[in-house]
Design a protein around this ligand. Sequence first.
Ligand code: CS2
Ligand code: MG
Length: 402
Amino acid sequence: MKIADVRVIVTCPGRNFVALKIVTEDGVSGVGDATLNGRELAVAAYLTEHVVPLLIGRDASRIEDTWQFLYKGAYWRRGPVTMSAIAAVDTALWDIKGKVAGLPLYQLLGGRSRSGVTVYGHANAVDVETVLSEISSYVALGYRAVRVQTGIPGLSSTYGVSDDKMFYEPADAALPTENVWSTEHYLHHVPKVFAEVRKEFGPTLKLLHDVHHRLTPIEAARLGKSLEPYALTWIEDPVPAELQEGFRLIRQHTTTPLAVGEVFNTIWDCQELITSQLIDYIRTTVVHAGGITHLRRIFDLAALHHVRSGSHGATDLSPVCMAAALHVDIAIPNFGLQEYMRHTPETDLVFPHGYRFERGYLHPSEEPGLGVDIDEELAARYPYSPAQLPVNRLEDGTMHSW
Ligand code: CS2
Ligand code: MG
């Protein structure tokens, strides 16, 4: 089953995506997501210039060997560009294997461990009153878990609060938008938001909050403590996680569960966090963490240490990534939650897929393989359009984490 053709597809049906299509000499094709928000063309070039020539003529059935070949063979290891490129190849090869076997991918991963994948939606608004009505809409749609972000009084802009309620999109300009941040205003405001939310929705709706790497460990510890009465399912990315040790300090002070991992690319980025049980949820996902092969390795390590999955699923992860993530989510023993942000109708048409939402759960496709494809003709009608993520500065102008 030799690889005969590999195509790198860059498309912008409302936002930029990079996809990889691998075709065998028998005409079986597989797709992978290679989207790295704001740095898409770096991955596209890495694939086109350095990976595609290595794939032609290789045996498409050798998934693990191809992973090792691309990882060890490059000499330069890890990093988001390399790992997103490897992920795309790995995902496409799993898609092919499923199609050849005539089975949905989750069957090759051990079969179902649950009947559906619990997802969380994004309720965000400038003020508390509006966020309460946003949460109500998610509850009405059947969601069992909601991430809550609001504007901060005194700040003109806040991460996670978008103008368009349906299709949240942070990469909003060709050159980065500048946001302003104040930790003091933020720490004062957030507990008041969750007090209101719990009062309105009672004790059992799962509530989440994303800190987006903006605090120091001791500030995050204070936030975690102040949110304890409202029993959040997690606070996400409380501190930048280059320093895994930083989480130990937060852990000593609070019982609010911790989640991290959307910017991680390998098991080495979270090894200490997992084995020392410094976190509760690991949020790595297929596209940025080396594909299905490597993500499973991370989740298996996590399972040994009481850490559950909580994969990133923002709109910059294409429906190809979402389809792949759902097969992993439904199969692994230590699934926690899956983030789910709806894609625009244009994106859904470019990436026709069989996964579906029902009463708070997503269900993977029952088609052989991933159950997702790319309409290449339609994709070609949406050329790349430069878009970058915002940056963040403190009130005195100092650069801060976004
Ligand atoms: C966010 C993302 O969904 C999340 O948890 O942190 O929206 C993130 O900002 C983007 O995926 C960055 O590309
Ligand atoms: Mg996040």
